[in-house]
Ligand binder design. Structure first.
Ligand code: FES
Length: 580
């Protein structure tokens, strides 16, 4: 005879369970459905793991329990599901003693961290957003660090896309970057959106098959760099990837690898409209979060995009009516002698804001001259990057809404390219990467028609609202379309007051995350946070936040479908009943 453990719950006689088909009992904080099937009793959590529908209202046939809401099916005896969207249902030990059915409501605890990691992989593989949302929340509740879901997303996104690094991988990196600036409750929402984009991007795609490193004793960074640049030059993807994989494997330093990649990324003019530098920068930012151990997995995924990138000197707008590409090549050739004449070691140049305004000039020749004069006067690579980023945000701040809606993306693209270059210059301030400053400055020049006429910046007003009221107003106003100027004014008002800049950033984060935010929204939020954080007290910081607020307001509201799914996951985690 089996021993009845004290904690077990008496369900009733087996005959009674058979007669009723299912009996519901409670214990151990659970509501448990006990089913009769083929002479045995089986106990499962009465809450369907999909969206909480009571399973006692389901039906059992041939040992399969079917939930009657979305028809998820479970093996009644083991609890495993046949439908990945649902998850396995928890089972409880059930015994029959002297014709009485007893249930143990305290089964061994589940390893929540492991369970939700597995479920996150399921959600990514099958592109199921509710599963991804639940897994992100489950991992957070299990005490997992944000790098746990981030790493799963990074491994997935760099494995299951033959095209390598994608916009979705950049979104995922942006979510990790912005986390510290978000309110605590918005952080899992951000990770969920980033992971969801990766799952969507990879859905139905062929995987990427990595190339093994060379069996070589070569370890010199300059040799790998020469090989790599050469392979990218002739668009030999496989050669470039094998070279990069080998350099990482033999232990070439992180700095030398970065220099090698960013040099190849600027050997031609403005590759893929700045995306090559921007994506490379994002890949290094991802490694900042996950550690250099992931370099062999992450960095080779950049090669496909680098080798196939469109070179802007091939584009008509860079050749005619003004041959901008020739001007850029000439400037690039003159860079070494400018750097020789530069007073950069003195650190006495502080004209970033003036240079930013000069980059908005109508003459490409004058723009290049201003950059050259700044270099000779001692501007550092980082300062030059900051100036082009500021100029790009000014284009956004002055973007006129009489342009076509799609033109927001044109100024946005230059802006994120400028920010990517600026961040890369902070990481690797090499003369080769400095060539990118001319490229981005010329892209800002090409976007000048989107500031014709320039939309004026909001006046700096003395306001009578508290900072909290302004942020509340800002959140409300972008529930309505076309609040571009109104939101810029609210941001300007906030910055004129004594509100904390952290609260403004977290509010901007919330504004974006409640929408179905796309690649551009994530990119601009991440870029704006970085640019704003480094200029908090300057007028240029106001330009950054005005540019950000105008872009987000122009793209709000959306149907907010992603947020609704996340909200369902949150309510399920809290034990709320969704089906009523
Ligand atoms: S299948 Fe059970 S709640 Fe959806």
């Amino acid at each position: 005879m089996s021993t009845i453990v004290k904690q077990n719950i008496l369900v009733g006689s087996l005959e009674h369970v058979k007669e009723r088909g299912c009996i519901v009992v409670t214990g151990g904080g659970h509501t448990i459905a006990v089913f009769y099937h083929e002479g045995q009793a089986h106990a499962v959590d009465n809450r369907c793991p999909h969206m909480g529908f009571p399973l006692d209202r389901g039906s059992v046939k041939d040992g399969i329990l079917t939930c009657h809401w979305h028809h998820a099916r479970f093996d009644l005896a083991g609890g495993g599901t046949f439908n990945p969207f649902a998850d396995d249902v928890r089972t409880f030990p059930c015994i029959v003693v002297d014709g009485e059915v007893w249930v143990d409501p305290y089964p061994p605890p589940r390893d929540e961290n492991r369970h939700w990691q597995r479920r996150l992989n399921d959600g990514m593989e099958h592109n199921i957003r509710l599963v991804i949302a639940k897994a992100v929340l489950g991992l957070e509740a299990a005490g997992a660090d944000y790098t746990v879901p981030l790493k799963i997303g990074a491994e997935f996104g760099t494995t299951y896309s033959a095209d390598g690094w994608s916009a979705a991988m950049s979104i995922l990196t942006c979510t990790a970057n912005i986390l510290p600036e978000l309110r605590e409750e918005d952080r899992p929402r951000a990770l969920y959106q980033g992971l969801l984009h990766v799952a969507r991007e990879c859905a139905g795609k062929a995987p990427r098959f990595p190339i093994d490193p060379l069996p070589t004793g070569e370890m010199r960074p300059e040799v790998f760099s020469a090989w790599f640049r050469n392979f990218i030059e002739v668009r030999d993807e496989e050669g470039a990837e094998r070279c990069l994989a080998t350099a990482i494997e033999v232990g070439v330093s992180r700095e030398d690898i970065a220099r090698m990649i960013f040099t190849a990324a600027t050997d031609h003019i403005y590759l893929d409209s700045g995306h090559v530098v921007d994506f490379a920068n994002k890949a290094f930012e991802l490694l900042d979060h996950l550690g250099w151990d992931m370099a062999g997995q992450v960095l080779p995924s950049l090669v496909h995009g680098m080798a196939r990138a469109r070179r802007s000197e091939e584009l008509s707008q860079w050749r005619s009516p003004i041959d901008i590409s020739s001007m850029v090549w000439e400037a690039r050739r003159g860079l070494p002698s400018l750097l020789d004449r530069s007073h950069s070691r003195s650190g006495g140049w502080h004209e970033e804001d003036s240079l930013a305004l000069a980059i908005l000039d109508d003459s490409p020749k004058a723009i290049i001259s201003s950059i050259n004069e700044s270099i000779v006067a001692g501007a550092t690579a980082e300062q030059l990057g900051a100036a082009v980023a500021h100029a790009a945000f000014l284009r956004m701040a002055h973007f006129h809404t009489s342009n076509e809606f799609r033109d927001w993306d044109t100024v946005h693209n230059t802006l994120t390219a400028a920010n990517g270059l600026h961040q890369a210059l902070k990481r690797v301030p090499s003369p080769e990467l400095l060539r990118g400053v001319y490229d981005v400055a010329m892209s800002i020049y090409l976007d000048r028609f989107l500031n014709l006429p320039p939309m004026p910046l909001p006046a700096i007003a003395s306001n009578h609202e508290s900072s909290t009221e302004i942020l509340g107003r800002l959140l409300d106003m972008v529930n309505v379309r076309h609040q571009v100027e109104e939101s810029a004014k609210a941001v300007s008002d906030y910055l004129a007051g004594d509100g904390h800049s952290e609260n403004l950033m977290s509010t901007m984060g919330r504004i974006m995350l409640r929408e179905d935010a796309d690649f551009h929204s994530f990119q601009i939020l991440d870029a704006a946070f970085k640019q704003f954080a480094s200029r908090k007290c300057a007028e240029s910081a106001r330009h950054v936040m005005i540019g950000l607020s105008r872009f987000l307001a122009a793209h709000s509201p959306t149907p907010r479908a992603e947020g609704q799914t996340f909200q369902i996951a949150l309510r399920l985690q809290r034990g709320e009943e969704i089906y009523r």
